[in-house]
Ligand binder design. Sequence first.
Ligand SMILES: Cc1cc2nc3c(=O)[nH]c(=O)nc-3n(C[C@H](O)[C@H](O)[C@H](O)COP(=O)(O)OP(=O)(O)OC[C@H]3O[C@@H](n4cnc5c(N)ncnc54)[C@H](O)[C@@H]3O)c2cc1C
Length: 376
Amino acid sequence: MSADPPSSPLALAARRHADDVIKPQVRDWERAGAFPRDAAEAAATDGLLGLFAPEAVGGQGASLAEAMDVFEELGRGDAAYAFALSMHNAVANTIARFGQPELCERYAASLVSGELLGGFSLTEPHAGSDAAAITTRAVAVDDGWRVSGRKAWVSLAGEADVFVLVCRTGTERGTGDVLMLAVDARTDGVRVERLYDKAAGAFLPIGEVSYDEVHVPSYALLAPAGQGMRAALGAIDVARVDIAAISVGLAAESLAVALDYAREREAFGGTLLDLQAIQFALADVETDVVAGRLLYRAAAAALDDGRGSVLAAHAKRFCPDAALRAAIACSEVLGAYGLLNEYPLARFLAHAKMLQVVDGTTEVQRIVIARDLVRR
Ligand SMILES: Cc1cc2nc3c(=O)[nH]c(=O)nc-3n(C[C@H](O)[C@H](O)[C@H](O)COP(=O)(O)OP(=O)(O)OC[C@H]3O[C@@H](n4cnc5c(N)ncnc54)[C@H](O)[C@@H]3O)c2cc1C
């Protein structure tokens, strides 16, 4: 089941991208500590940077159900890279679908072609799960807004050319005045303040970006005051399913590595794979892979039908936890060798923790699920 053939031409392209571009180079990317823009351009050639964007701007116009397997395939290669592509796709799709014509003309086709990269910026140093506490402020001026504040955990900081920025017009916490803007990263007053030193994913720059009286033109409005948080959460629902699919890819690849190793490693007169304790450990991982895949596909289909926030939360709650279990179990099968960088399992362990946090932590998913339970 884990080595199923890809389910669509896009998923096949993603598997090729993982096998031919990500896996052979990811350790070099880690060592170089620089985002591989050439790899992203190769992904664009395969249609992977405009998955949901309309065909009019060069995108694939795919439904979530059609395209979600792409993220499982990318997750087999590297979750940090796959996450960057998930964020980029969210930005390309948001600008192409909700941007005014002038904004689309400037950015949409270039995002889809990989000439430009996009980042999504909601989190602030003091406001993560509690997104209603953001303070980055957009003050209306004649021809747009002046934005001031500081964003944290900005993926592709220093690398992205355009950010989808969630900010507010007032000073009180809440969502009634939250709006969503597109901000060109080259605008005066946008500055990368620090880049985080992380345990894994050194090639994916993540850090804090400050906005000092940054002028944002009127045509860059993506969602007006009062509708910004809802728009952001809509994009995040999709990203949660992306993360669930990436997690399943990470678990499936962990299993493939452990199976190969256990088949070859001789012990006690046979191979590790002859030992039932090893078989059982891998059987549990396979159950998680199968269950996770069914769950993220169901969530993608439900979001396509205009519902699905709760299923997206279930998928985001379950799949990264399953990925962490898989990385631990499969690393154990390799014994000491699981710790070597020639195998991906130590990197996968760090990434599985990351997947639990991004786009809403496991606890935040429990809040969404529990609220629905109580309401029903
Ligand atoms: C690798 C990485 C990339 C990221 N990229 C981006 C990005 O591109 N753009 C962006 O905007 N953000 C990004 N983020 C930020 C991410 O969305 C936040 O880290 C996340 O929302 C959690 O916020 P926090 O880290 O401030 O934790 P906090 O909100 O401070 O939470 C700390 C802990 O308390 C728990 N907790 C919080 N509230 C509750 C509650 N009510 N009930 C129970 N438990 C609770 C949390 O689950 C967590 O375990 C990224 C994060 C990481 C790790």
